[in-house]
Design a protein. Structure first.
Length: 94
């Protein structure tokens, strides 16, 4: 499962947009989108592409960047901190 590095100033909203775009491409029958999913998601694309969910697209996008899963509720703060352009030492005390 090859991964790519995050850009120097990654943006969580951009990753969300990528997941939504991937979902729509798969639902539209785009073979290259389906191939990307097949490489990153063990379940691949369902027999009915209309059933391809956002959470499945999010998992595929997360795995492209080397994450084991798309963050939900717990752990989301850690990913946001990872995506922040400031290191922990540079952040003001909260």
């Amino acid at each position: 499962m090859p991964t790519i590095s995050l850009p120097p100033n990654p943006d969580l909203d951009h990753l969300r947009h990528l997941a939504r775009a991937l979902r729509e491409a798969v639902r539209a029958g785009d073979p290259s989108a389906a191939e990307r999913v097949e490489r990153q998601h063990p379940g691949g694309v369902p027999d009915d592409p209309a059933a391809f969910t956002l959470s499945t697209a999010q998992l595929a996008v997360a795995r492209v960047y080397g994450f084991a899963s798309w963050p939900r509720h717990t752990g989301q703060e850690a990913v946001i901190a990872l995506l922040s352009p400031l290191t922990a030492a540079e952040r003001p005390d909260e």
